[in-house]
Design a protein around this ligand. Structure first.
Ligand SMILES: NC(=O)c1ccc[n+]([C@@H]2O[C@H](COP(=O)([O-])OP(=O)(O)OC[C@H]3O[C@@H](n4cnc5c(N)ncnc54)[C@H](OP(=O)(O)O)[C@@H]3O)[C@@H](O)[C@H]2O)c1
Length: 322
């Protein structure tokens, strides 16, 4: 089968189309005929050898996909060939991908495969930060960094649906209008404005109750200047580089807390995963959460897709179509 392969770590140019053996449905897994593979910023770190998981070269990137079930392994009794699903797995930039049965999500008919590929990682990351790591509710202010991105544009909508006031940060004015369209109350261009000063101004000096930060180096420290008393900063990525080590005494002044988040800590907990999936699908049905597929690329153009997400020009979800 065709897949995107890389034999060495490096820039987007190391990705190329090649042939690898088609995966088999081992016990407890299913094989999906991939119609759409989700691209995540983390895939670019994986490609460079800078992610939590290290590639086993030659390797195939990708941790999520949507398509039809092609074959079902022993013990994966809830599934049958032909079912429309999305799932979290590995090596998904390919025509077929093996996914553990407990990480397969049946897709509602109303969602396209591209929308399905936009669901597992980005929607569930946003949902669990807002509702598992934090208890987002009406009356709170949530500051969402890189709010036009894949996780960001979802987090804006889920926080709004919970009744929060939402402030987004973005690096361009065109992204700012998009984030407004998706419901943010205020948007700050953090390339041209000090977002901490702006957040404090917009909240009458109080700051944000929750800050969702996956930018890191350029945002984390400044975020501590605009977190509200008893507020919470969740660090869940480092698109702008790793932040400086935190001196915990910085937290005293506001009685603030800082936590980390990775969806891989939630994935092994089926009950918590199920609630996030059900609640997110409910928001989609109610029209409160719209999945924005910013751009779809043919599988052969994975390198171009990685260049695009790293260029900071992309909005919403990027997908690959085999
Ligand atoms: N912990 C988890 O479980 C988890 C799960 C999913 C994603 N993540 C993290 O969440 C973040 C967003 O992921 P995503 O897949 O949705 O990507 P994305 O937001 O669509 O793309 C990354 C965004 O980061 C911003 N950014 C800031 N500084 C940057 C820099 N120096 N280089 C490139 N981008 C920069 C850009 O937005 P602006 O130009 O507007 O700043 C860019 O659009 C990533 O850091 C990712 O690793 C974590």
């Amino acid at each position: 089968m065709k897949a995107v392969i890389f034999e060495k770590l490096g820039g987007p140019e190391v990705l190329h189309l090649g042939d690898v053996p088609k995966p088999e449905a081992k016990p407890g897994t299913v094989v999906i005929r991939v119609r759409s593979a989700g691209i995540n910023f983390a895939d670019t770190l994986f490609r460079k050898g800078q992610y939590l998981m290290q590639p086993k070269l030659p390797d195939v990137p990708g941790v999520e996909a949507a398509g039809e079930i092609e074959s079902v392994g022993a013990d994966a009794t809830n599934f049958r060939p032909g079912m429309r699903v999305a799932g979290i797995g590995s090596r998904t930039y390919a025509e077929y991908a093996q996914v553990p049965a407990n990480q397969v999500i049946p897709l509602p008919d109303s969602l396209s495969f591209d929308e399905g590929a936009a669901f597992p990682i980005q929607v569930l990351t946003a949902w669990h930060m807002l509702h598992t790591s934090h208890a987002t509710a009406a009356g709170q202010t949530v500051l969402v960094h890189s709010a036009a991105g894949g996780v960001g544009i979802v987090a804006v909508q889920i926080a709004k649906a919970a009744g929060a006031r939402v402030i987004g940060t973005v690096s361009s004015d065109s992204k700012a209008s998009l984030v407004k369209q998706f419901g943010a109350d205020d948007v700050i261009n953090y390339a041209t404005h000090d977002f901490a000063e702006e957040t404090n101004r917009l909240t009458g000096g109080r700051g944000a109750d929750l800050i969702l930060d996956a930018v890191g180096a350029t945002t984390f420290e400044n975020g501590l200047k605009c977190v509200a008393p008893f507020g919470h900063v969740i660090l869940y990525g480092r698109a702008g580089g790793p932040p400086e080590p935190l001196n915990v005494f910085r937290l005293f002044e506001k009685s603030a807390k800082v936590s980390g988040f990775t969806l891989y800590a939630v994935a092994p907990q089926p009950e918590i995963m199920r609630s996030g999936i059900e609640e997110s699908f409910r928001l989609i049905e109610q029209g409160k959460l719209k999945l924005l597929v910013g751009r779809a690329f043919p599988l052969a153009e994975a390198a171009e897709a990685h260049r695009f997400i790293e260029s900071r020009q992309s909005t919403g979800k990027l997908v690959l179509n085999p």
